[in-house]
Design a binder for this molecule. Structure first.
Ligand SMILES: Nc1ncnc2c1ncn2[C@@H]1O[C@H](COP(=O)(O)OP(=O)(O)OP(=O)(O)O)[C@@H](O)[C@H]1O
Ligand SMILES: [Mg+2]
Length: 462
């Protein structure tokens, strides 16, 4: 018999160390970007799985899709790397009924899933759970998880979570403030990649903290660099509430008209949004391209490859532009074509886009303030208890890694909480937005203006 010794090193500091030792039933590791929060939670799970045979844990995020790209990478590459290599832990991909999970040789399991696929994960009982980016959850999600924590293989149960800060009125912060959840403040100094034991910044720390985080502005700087639970000042869409305006994906009926809106950009993101309008006039953003450093023709190609397919039985011509293939009946639409493609005023961008989409476009309504006001009123909850505009989760076609690495918004929903009024030198707010990180919000305004500002007389007050 051979007994392999698997060595794994992890040295926690500060809040990460406290997390490892703490047995509070609910605990939150809060802090700016990159302090080692997720790593600490994952290390704790791995340690528990090894120490308590038969333990059941859950790693969860708001949506299945968002989980894949983040927590599991750290898990595979750092936390469970050696154990996976030695077969101590194996990956089980899941089935229709069963959620995916890591299975340990000693019988412990770590299930992974999204709250959007709750039936798969919530039918089991667990000893511990790690919620990643917990601000994305609603409090009902959180409480539902607490009811699943009763497997009894550990001397205690724990719901642990990590997050970057949000507004101070967020339910999660309030939950900590009233003592229901233990609050731990994680700092960059806790991460040995960025700070030495003696507390000096490493080269990687300078590259990340000074090179990236110090370049952030506004509320993103305060939250992601400083770790503060603050509200943005001068928010344009004050009524934006992810619990109301971010909704789970659903199949959109073919009968709902579609609208596309476009904001051109190259160093700034190019944004192309696909909207559907329900019979009551509510607008739903269900897909968007949100990407920097690509040509308009490549964006056109990408969107056409998603909304059309080759006609079965019809020969396809190699290298034929998609717009031409559609025009000649070699490709067909798999969702309704847009009634209008509403674009910002960049003449060259519009001409190029029209050519490569094979569609005409219309210029967006230029009345910025009226468009913003129309957007604000759409966010209000109507008499039927629902707002008149919503974004489906995970609508972005491909997350732009450069934006993600730079901690800049990588989709419209991430832009809105930092979309603010410009400030005059005297400190008063201007009647126009700050013209940065506004690309998704511009496209949103174009579609709203197109639907809501039609035919309104252009009255000037003298
Ligand atoms: N104690 C440690 N030893 C070695 N590497 C660490 C340690 N803590 C964190 N790291 C590494 O630092 C990087 C950032 O850590 P992590 O992803 O956990 O940060 P985070 O606080 O969750 O960031 P975010 O706020 O962006 O989600 C990862 O590559 C992680 O492996
Ligand atoms: Mg993290």
């Amino acid at each position: 018999m051979t007994i392999a010794t698997v060595t794994h090193t992890y040295q926690p500091r500060g809040a990460a160390k406290q997390l490892l030792e703490n047995r509070a039933p609910e605990i939150l590791l809060s802090g700016p970007a990159g302090t080692g929060k997720s790593r600490a939670c994952l290390e704790k799970l791995h340690l528990q799985a090894l120490k308590y045979p038969g333990m059941r844990a859950l790693i969860v995020r708001k949506t299945q899709v968002s989980l894949g790209s983040t927590a599991l990478v750290t898990w595979r590459e750092h936390v469970a790397k050696e154990a996976l290599a030695h077969g101590e832990v194996r990956w089980y991909g899941g089935s229709q009924q069963e959620a995916a999970q890591y299975r340990y040789r000693n019988g412990s399991t770590i299930t992974v899933g999204g709250m959007d696929k709750a039936t798969k994960i919530m039918s089991s009982e667990y000893d511990v759970c790690f919620v990643q980016e917990a601000i994305e959850l609603i409090e009902d999600d959180w409480e539902a998880i607490t009811t699943r924590l009763r497997n009894g293989r550990l001397p205690y149960q724990q719901l642990m979570a990590d997050t970057n800060p949000a507004q101070p009125t967020h339910w999660l912060k309030q939950r900590c403030d009233r003592g229901a959840t233990r609050f731990l403040e994680s700092r960059h100094e806790d991460n040995p990649i960025y700070f030495t034991d003696a507390g000096t910044m490493t080269e990687a720390g300078r590259a990340y903290i000074e090179g990236k985080l110090d370049k952030l502005t506004g509320v993103r700087y305060l939250r992601l660099r400083k770790g503060l639970w603050v509200a943005a000042e001068g928010l344009i869409y004050e009524g934006w509430d992810p619990a109301l305006h971010l909704v789970d994906r659903f199949p959109i009926p073919d009968a709902w008209p579609r609208w596309w809106s476009v904001d051109f950009g190259y160093t700034h993101p190019f944004v192309l949004q696909n909207w559907a309008e329900d019979p009551d006039g509510r607008l739903f953003l269900y897909r968007e391209i949100f990407h920097t450093r690509r040509l308009v023709e490549d964006h056109a190609k990408q969107i056409l490859s998603i909304v059309t397919e080759p006609v079965p039985g019809v020969a396809q011509l190699e290298d034929e532009p998609l717009a031409t293939a559609i025009a000649h009946g070699r490709r067909r639409w798999i969702e309704p074509p847009p009634r209008a493609v509403i674009c910002d005023h960049d003449a060259e961008g519009r001409a190029t886009l029209q050519k490569h989409l094979g569609m005409s476009t219309v210029p967006a309504n230029k009345k910025v303030l009226a468009g913003l006001q129309a957007g604000q009123s759409r966010l209000k909850v109507a008499g039927d208890g629902r707002p008149r505009l919503a974004i489906l989760r995970d609508s972005v076609v491909e997350r732009d890694q450069q934006l993600v690495d730079d901690k800049r918004p990588a989709c419209t929903a991430e832009e809105i909480p930092g979309y603010v009024w410009a400030v005059k030198p005297g400190g008063q707010l201007k009647e126009e937005p700050v013209k940065d990180q506004d690309d998704g919000c511009d496209a949103l305004r174009y579609v709203v203006a197109h639907r809501d500002l039609r035919g309104r007389p252009n009255i000037r007050w003298m």
